[in-house]
Structure formats: C-alpha cells, structure tokens
Ligand binder design. Structure first.
Ligand code: CO
Length: 217
C-alpha cells in the first residue's frame, strides 16, 4: 500500500505534469467548470470515471455509489442530478455500471454484509422484476452478468423519471440519458442501447434495452 507521504508526492508530480502540459490549466479551472457530461457510476475503485473516458478534470461531473443506483428518495444523487442539469447545464447523463460488480453480486446472492444490505435491496428489486429472464440463463455467472446490465437500464430509466429530467424535457432542454457498462477484463465500455432525449422516447428505449439477449450476444 502506498504511504500517505507517497500520495502527497504523487499529487505534486501530477500537478507538475499537468502544468507542464498546459501552463494555464489550473488557472482556467479555478474560474469555472464546464462539464458536458454527468456520470453516475459505481464506487468500485477499478472504475474511475475520468480515466475510462480519458477526460480531464472539469469535463465530467461525477456521482458514484455502490452499484450505480438511482433511488427517488436519495437526496445525494438527486441533488447532484439537479445541480448538473439546472446549474451546470450538462446535456448528457451517463449511467455506467460494470461487469463483476460486487454490489450486484452481493444483491444477487443475497449475501448479508451489514448496513449496505438495505441499499442493495434496490438491486434485488431489479432481480425480482426480471426473474424470469434471469432464470432462463444457463448459470449464476450469466445471471449476474445480465443483472449488471439490467441494473444499469433500470437506473437509467429512473434518471429519466426524476422530476429534474422530466422538468428539463418539459422546458425543451436538450438532455440525453444513456446506459453504458464497463468491462474490468478488457477496459472497454459498451453501450447497452438505452438512450432517451425526451419523455416519449423513454418507454421504447427501455423496452429495446431490456429485451432478453440471445445467448452469447
Ligand atoms: Co460495482
């Protein structure tokens, strides 16, 4: 494990590198941030939002929690969403899950882990909702894999159903909501086919993405 001193050393070296590449980089950022994207992802340390899409500080507004869950009573997530859409004026919201998600796996296996069980209950609701699709898969590995995808799609739809996004669409603001998933195995992002930029598109986007995939597909 790197020591605390090492982290400060790393930070100094990183700041020096950034300044060498662009001498006005930090000065510009102190004046304003102007992200075009809101990223809602998992807290997993292997899925760092900016690095995956190779964006600099200032380009991505980020909210992360265990299992990239969007709950209509979560003031934290809803506040990030509202601020991103209404104040920062982001035009794209990405819900990004990842295969091999510990939160999804624990939810699937109903493994007790403590306080977090209540949070993971939301993912268990996704599992229950799609039980027949999951049961049709050959084994638990395939079911967990698909549950990681289904969870993204459900949470992306939840984003669409927030008062913030509904209001933005009513007002004619351009906000697109997308569902993506990241693979720890090859570092590649995949589009799950959920994309909605107005209320009328949500149901069709959801239905297209949620349909059971062919085996191996
Ligand atoms: Co995860």
């Amino acid at each position: 494990m790197p020591s605390r001193a090492q982290l400060f050393e790393n930070n100094k070296a990183w700041a020096a590198r950034m300044t060498a590449e662009d001498p006005t980089f930090f000065q510009r950022l102190t004046r304003q941030q102007n992200p075009q994207y809101l990223w809602i992802g998992c807290s997993d340390s292997r899925v760092p939002a900016n690095e995956i899409v190779d964006l600099l500080p200032g380009e991505l507004f980020v909210h992360r929690n265990v299992g990239n869950v969007v709950v209509h009573t979560d003031l934290n997530c809803l506040s990030v969403l509202q601020y991103a859409v209404e104040v920062l004026d982001v035009s794209r919201i990405i819900v990004c899950g990842h295969y091999g998600c510990g939160g999804v796996t624990a939810a699937f296996r109903d493994k007790p882990l403590g306080l977090i069980d209540a949070w993971l209950r939301h993912i268990q609701d996704v599992r229950t909702k799609h039980r027949s699709q999951l049961d049709a898969l050959p084994d638990d590995a395939a079911r967990i894999h698909r549950l990681c995808e289904l969870n993204v799609i459900e949470q992306a739809r939840n984003v669409c159903n927030t008062s913030t996004v509904r209001h933005a669409w009513q007002q004619g603001h351009s906000v697109a909501v997308m569902g993506w998933i990241y693979s720890l195995e090859d570092g590649i992002l995949r589009d799950l086919g959920f994309s909605a930029a107005k209320s009328e598109e949500v149901d069709a986007a959801y239905e297209a993405a949620i349909v059971p995939k062919r085996e191996g597909g």
